[in-house]
Design a protein around this ligand. Structure first.
Ligand code: SAH
Ligand code: SF4
Ligand code: F3S
Length: 468
């Protein structure tokens, strides 16, 4: 029989660990907000927790393997605390559904990305002695009315989700299955969140969506094409360039970034809006995936190599010093050596500042898994990936060396990884910059003279405080 007073019993401690993309990290802040409203307090010490949530990713096989390993370790936590509740949330939960409860005996709660409002109820079910699951996907949920609790925040940069889900069905990708239909969030609630961050002293926000260029607010619900809206809906609708314009105008002293752009949907209007506002950073993340038109077709990306190149030219014409990065997949099903060479040459032609590069990992249930054979041997995938990394590194080195002798504006985020004598932050183009601290502090916008560069970093010395 417990003698602990009720108030203490209700203040149970929650520990959240996030994996995967920025959207998942943003979701964890929504999860924390929901749980906090229901009496849980956050802890950064897993050994102190009553509830541990892993917010998981399913994008590649190794993302899921990491979670399986993590769950093995959590057995010890459960041994030393019998009442500990373990939840697997996010994309892996959505992909595996009840199979996860069958396979991982220590998991008590399984919750998909659209069921976070149900989490307190799911935990209560476990309190009653059961195990609980909710993996329903929604056509409307955006969590737009909730106030995310900033976790592990530096108080300087924050993510703001502007949409959820994805309707694109790229053949390799599991996201449409784990996050459901695409829907846009009410611009009013986006603006409120941005204004509040501004008021709290945040200096930079990143607007998040799987395909921000297809953002379209027309009153809520699953995505529709502009063409299929009524005249009245069209008049009142807000597309991504309009949203960017609104946000940039509302917080002129904040830096604004966004991710991810889709080569098929990116518009000149968006790039012109960037050029118009000094506070929108000159940086576009535009994943190419492959440099070969046939492979892009098999990937269902809906653009060709030439189309992609045109988009790069369009960006560089309007914003000559724009930072551009990409995602690349090595060894997708049926990819030949020549087609792989096209990817290498596209990286070179595009002069990406950096890329996220992956070996293709077949995901069960995706169109590619159903229709194609994962026929590129592992050693060939590895070799192709190595070649891609080599070309990209050479490109990054070249691009970064171009900054030597020039000044860049750096928003100080925190200590550099290598030395606590140096600050680190990013320039407008999203390149990491490191410089001796002197009297500057996190949140300062500092003009830095670049003296040296590596593949990933610019190294320099501060000249003085600056403004956008
Ligand atoms: N919405 C973004 C990407 C989201 S997933 C876009 O359309 O670009 C992030 C990246 O993971 C993708 O760009 C892709 O490069 C990679 N990825 C997705 N599925 C993959 C798979 N099955 N194997 C390897 N990489 C994958
Ligand atoms: Fe996946 Fe394609 Fe959607 Fe990106 S756009 S999340 S790669 S389906
Ligand atoms: Fe992973 Fe889900 Fe993001 S699969 S990359 S966490 S949308």
């Amino acid at each position: 029989m417990s003698t602990v007073p009720n108030t203490q019993q209700t203040q149970r401690k929650l520990y959240i660990e996030s994996y995967g993309c920025a959207m998942n990290f943003a979701d964890s802040e929504i999860i924390a907000s929901i749980m906090n409203e229901n009496g849980f307090i956050n802890t950064s010490d897993e050994l102190d927790a009553d509830v541990i949530f892993l917010n998981t990713c399913a994008i590649r096989d190794n993302a899921e393997n990491r979670i399986r390993e993590r769950l093995k370790h959590l057995r010890n936590n459960k041994k030393s605390n019998n009442d500990l509740i373990i939840g697997v949330l996010g994309c892996m939960a959505e992909r595996l559904k009840s199979k996860l409860l069958e396979e991982e005996k220590l998991v008590d709660v399984v919750a998909g990305p659209d069921s976070y409002r149900e989490l307190p109820k799911l935990v209560a079910e476990v309190d009653q002695g059961g195990r609980a699951i909710n993996v329903l996907l929604s056509r409307e949920e955006t969590y737009g009315d909730l106030n995310p609790v900033r976790l592990n925040s530096n108080g300087i940069s924050a993510f703001v989700s502007i949409m959820r889900g994805c309707d694109n069905m790229c053949s390799f990708c599991v996201v449409p299955f784990t996050r459901g239909r695409e829907r846009s969030r009410d611009p009013k609630s986006i603006l409120n969140e941005v204004l509040e961050l501004n008021q709290k002293g945040y200096k930079e926000i990143t607007l998040l969506g799987q395909n921000v260029d297809s953002y379209l607010w027309f009153g809520g619900g699953p995505k529709k094409e502009f063409k299929s809206l009524t005249t009245e809906e069209q008049q009142n609708s807000v597309d991504f360039s309009a949203l960017l314009d609104m946000v940039a105008t509302a917080v002129p002293k904040m830096r604004i970034r966004y991710s991810t752009s889709h080569p098929r949907d990116i518009t000149e209007k968006v790039i012109r809006t960037m050029a118009k506002h000094i506070n929108i950073c000159n940086y576009v993340h535009l994943p190419a995936q492959s440099g070969n038109t046939r492979v892009l077709e098999v990937m269902s990306r809906n653009y060709s190599r030439e189309w992609y190149m045109e988009k790069i030219s369009m960006i560089r014409n309007i914003i000559p010093d724009c930072g551009i990065s990409s995602d690349i997949i090595a060894g997708f099903s049926t990819e030949t050596e020549e087609e792989h060479q096209d990817t290498l040459s596209l990286i070179e032609w595009s002069q990406f500042d950096f890329s996220y590069m992956y070996k293709y990992s077949e995901r069960p249930g995706t169109p590619a898994a159903k229709k194609l054979t994962d026929d590129i041997p592992e050693d060939v995938k590895s070799r192709r990936l190595q070649e891609i990394i080599l070309v990209q590194n050479r490109m990054s080195q070249f691009k970064n060396s171009q900054y030597i002798g020039k000044t860049v504006k750096v928003l100080v985020e925190g200590n550099s990884k290598k030395s606590d004598q140096d600050w680190s932050g990013r320039n407008d183009q999203n390149v990491m910059v490191v410089f001796p601290k002197e009297t500057y502090k996190p949140g300062d916008l500092v003009e830095v003279l670049v003296e040296r560069s590596t593949t990933t970093t610019l190294i320099g010395k501060a000249i003085g405080l600056t403004s956008l």
